[in-house]
Design a protein around this ligand. Structure first.
Ligand SMILES: NC(=O)c1ccc[n+]([C@@H]2O[C@H](COP(=O)([O-])OP(=O)(O)OC[C@H]3O[C@@H](n4cnc5c(N)ncnc54)[C@H](OP(=O)(O)O)[C@@H]3O)[C@@H](O)[C@H]2O)c1
Length: 281
């Protein structure tokens, strides 16, 4: 699997499986096992997804060497704070049945982010976490966190797909040594994503599907991508993106699909901040 090098030298696989909304733990375990046998070496979960234990079971049962699998989990915002972050991290690590984590992210930019970051920095320095970062942060918040702490975030995981391309944001992150990571690369399957004619036509030229074209478009921009699929055949399909390259004209056609339209939350909307206050674990 191709990797990107994070600002601290850690190698991160450029493509991974996310397990959001795979709530059935048996299905989650099976999906992660299928992904590992299909060649994936990067799994993304979160305390919020309530399936860390299933991810841990699959990693253990896969027999793959621990150091080959890049495991990410995330701190939910109700635990953003110094003491609560330390406790939540231990809980996640126990559920994952691991003795260290590859990447730990602050899931959302609300509540006591600074307290949480200080706890995460200590865990990083104690080598319990190989790389640390944030999710759903605007670029100014990422830079602020880095400037006023000892360790700067290495990753920002944000929603990116052809209808919400965030080019200015990702260029800024890349230019400032913060790795952008795309979640929901298929627009979570909404807005008729898998019916898009432009993506279909481009795919036909290369003998590739809409999903493959989209993942390829992301990695060609230097963005790490995590998608969700609980389907064994699609897992095989989605990793088959390293044998072709989109030309400049096709990259431009995809750029023209941008509508600045996301499927999840606008984290800089004050009404969203209010909504999250009542959206706990
Ligand atoms: N940090 C955050 O706040 C945040 C927020 C949202 C998501 N995420 C992460 O990003 C991951 C992916 O995001 P997502 O689940 O929202 O959406 P997504 O990956 O954009 O889309 C998932 C949908 O695409 C379908 N799909 C996958 N491969 C396909 C293919 N080759 N052909 C046709 N359909 C295909 C899946 O169906 P099947 O399962 O049936 O294949 C599923 O319905 C999550 O699992 C999570 O790890 C993070």
């Amino acid at each position: 699997m191709k990797t990107v090098t994070l600002s601290n030298g850690v190698e991160m696989p450029i493509l991974g499986l996310g397990v959001y909304r795979i709530e059935d733990l048996a299905v989650c375990e099976k999906t992660v096992l299928n992904a590992i046998s299909a060649g994936y070496r990067h799994i993304d979960t979160a305390a919020l997804y309530h399936n860390e234990e299933a991810v841990g079971n699959a990693i253990r049962k896969s027999g793959a060497p621990r150091k080959e699998i890049f495991v990410t989990t995330k701190l939910w915002l109700t635990d953003n704070g110094y003491e609560s972050a330390k406790k939540a991290f231990e809980e996640s690590l126990n559920k994952l049945q691991l003795d260290y984590l590859d990447l730990y992210l602050i899931h959302a930019p609300f509540n006591d982010v600074y307290g949480a970051w200080r706890a995460i920095e200590e865990l990083y320095k104690a080598r319990k976490i190989r790389a640390i970062g944030v999710s759903n942060f605007s670029p100014d918040r990422v830079i602020d966190l880095g400037l006023y702490n000892e360790v700067a975030p290495m990753v920002n995981q944000i929603e990116i797909h052809p209808f919400l391309q965030q080019s200015k944001n990702t260029d800024y992150l890349l230019g400032n040594n913060v790795q952008p990571q795309a979640y929901s690369p298929f627009c979570a399957g909404r807005h008729d994503f898998f019916e898009n004619e432009t993506l279909r036509e481009i795919g036909a030229k290369y003998g590739k599907s809409i999903a493959q074209v989209t993942l390829r478009w992301l990695i060609q921009r230097g963005i790490v991508a995590i998608f969700k699929s609980a389907n064994k055949e699609r897992l095989v399909e989605n990793i088959n993106i390293f044998d072709f390259e989109l030309n400049a004209e096709d990259m431009m056609k995809i750029a023209e699909l941008d509508e600045n339209r996301g499927v999840y939350f606008s984290y800089d909307d004050p009404e969203v901040v209010k909504q999250f206050k009542s959206f706990g674990k």
